[in-house]
Design a protein around this ligand. Structure first.
Ligand SMILES: NC(=O)c1ccc[n+]([C@@H]2O[C@H](COP(=O)([O-])OP(=O)(O)OC[C@H]3O[C@@H](n4cnc5c(N)ncnc54)[C@H](O)[C@@H]3O)[C@@H](O)[C@H]2O)c1
Length: 400
């Protein structure tokens, strides 16, 4: 079985949706344009859309397109535009080529497709989905101009706890152990950032018997970390004590050359935030305190300091769970959940179940509930509970 087949066969929620779509054909006669990572886990989603009757025109994101995934998709009637590229101008051409197909629905990642659609709008667009928070921020001011439903997957509570918290937490721990092969037991870990991802990272290192401290700039999140049982020392104390440092904030320059005096001899530093700028790698390497860097191979670089200390940086400060040797990223099942939300949201837009008043809003609660019930049924064999009076969602939890 190829890796792609293995991943596909584990996406059980999408397999059930694809089977239903082959009967209901929600996308019959429609073109869906997509701009998300083309890697094995995306295959199950794109083929479920194809099974629903869609012509799928897909391109990837910068630097993440995998050639075997492209070949597999092309062999299965998905029109893939372009190939792996790190060139922004070339990537821009690929995105424009998707829009040229005049898709009825867009599956966007970062707002790239919707923004290009707005440069030359056409009548057929019914709306679509946006995967990320950064895409929501980019598209929210354009909601009026878009005038079509755009459902933001990352704003679903399911995406937040299943993927950002549990799956990122697990895969960062898994990547740390796979790359370093060091034990975590009894070692001091400092997690910078206690958002959804940081919560998962801190919890997983604690579960691996590390002594975890959380460093947070937001007092409310810091309080939550404290009430969750983590130490919340000053950042200087946390850095001085840490054998393992993980940044996962979304901010730049979280660890800089100014911190070199604090870093413990033998510490391992890594980043799980989206951009490779949380640890200021280039500035650290240029610091006069750094006397040399030794690439230890397979994702580890050792920095030697003038006073004899050494510390180790994983995957050059790029996302540790997605860079480095054999990156696997989040668990298949967590992606299956997120992509099930994608498939159901696109179905709702195709069926006109949501309208222009849904321009750049979170996933509707009914879809979250349907996907939650489906996951429990498919993976756990648990039937949905009847919705009684007392289980009504309190108004403050209704997201729209
Ligand atoms: N590695 C992955 O697979 C993966 C997956 C999803 C998201 N991400 C990325 O992880 C990052 C965090 O995502 P999130 O959803 O937890 O974000 P979030 O906004 O919910 O949480 C970030 C937290 O970091 C804190 N913070 C900001 N600057 C800080 C600093 N200098 N020191 C300490 N704390 C600081 C903020 O107060 C906030 O509480 C983002 O860049 C996101 O894109 C990575």
């Amino acid at each position: 079985m190829s890796r792609i087949e293995w991943v596909r066969s584990n996406c059980r929620l999408l397999a059930a949706i694809a089977s239903e779509f082959r009967d209901t054909l929600p996308f019959q006669g429609l073109t869906i344009g997509t701009g998300i990572h083309l890697e094995p886990k995306t295959v199950a989603l794109l083929l479920a859309l194809r099974d629903g009757g869609a012509r799928v025109v897909a391109t990837g994101n910068l630097n993440s397109t995998q050639a075997d995934t492209v070949a597999y998709l092309r062999a299965n009637d998905v029109e893939v535009v372009g190939a792996t590229t790190t060139d922004e101008a070339e990537h821009d051409e690929h995105l424009r080529a998707v829009i040229t197909a005049r898709p009825d629905l867009l599956l966007d990642n970062g707002g790239d497709l919707f923004v290009r659609y707005l440069e030359a709008p056409y009548d057929a667009l019914r709306g679509g989905t946006e995967e990320t928070t950064s895409g929501r921020a980019r598209l929210k001011p354009l909601a009026g101009a878009l005038g079509v439903p755009v459902l933001v997957i990352n704003d679903s509570p399911i995406k937040q706890f299943a993927e950002n918290e549990h799956a990122v937490g697990q895969s960062v721990l898994e990547s740390y152990m796979r790359i370093t092969n060091q034990m975590t037991n009894g070692r001091a870990a400092a997690v910078f950032g206690y958002g959804a991802c940081g919560k998962g990272v801190a919890a997983n290192f604690r579960a691996a018997h590390a002594l975890v401290a959380v460093v947070e700039t937001d007092p409310v999140a810091r309080l939550q970390a404290s009430l969750d049982g983590f130490a919340v020392p000053s950042r200087a104390d946390a850095l001085r004590a840490a054998d393992i440092v993980v940044t996962v904030t979304g901010a730049a320059d979280v660890i800089t050359e100014a911190d070199l005096a604090l870093i413990k001899d033998g510490a391992v530093l890594c980043n799980a935030g989206h951009f490779p700028r949380e640890i200021a790698v280039a500035a650290i390497a240029r610091s006069p305190q750094v006397t040399g860097t030794i690439p230890a191979g397979e994702g580890i670089t050792t920095f030697r300091l003038a006073d004899g200390r050494r510390f180790h940086l994983l995957t050059d400060g790029h996302m540790v769970n997605l860079a480095g040797p054999r990156p696997l990223g989040n668990s298949i099942e967590s992606m299956d959940l997120g992509f099930a939300l994608q498939a159901r949201c696109l179905e709702a837009v195709a069926n006109h179940a949501v309208g222009a008043d849904h321009a750049v809003v979170p996933v509707p609660r009914a879809i979250d509930e349907a996907v939650a019930n489906a996951f429990l049924e498919v993976y756990r064999g648990v039937r949905p509970e009847p919705r009684g009076e007392r289980s009504e969602v309190p108004p403050q939890l209704i997201r729209e």
